[in-house]
Design a protein around this ligand. Sequence first.
Ligand SMILES: [Zn+2]
Length: 50
Amino acid sequence: MYAESETAWCGCAGCGSVAELPAEETAGVDVPCPDCTKPMNEMWSWDTAA
Ligand SMILES: [Zn+2]
């Protein structure tokens, strides 16, 4: 069963890698980049991105 949930796009400031993660897992948590282990920053692709 596919349950639609909020998705957060996280971008790495270190290597530029982007990952799509469940918002509930990223809320208030520093998600380490799988490539360079630096903390990833949450960014929301569907919002008015600058
Ligand atoms: Zn990285």
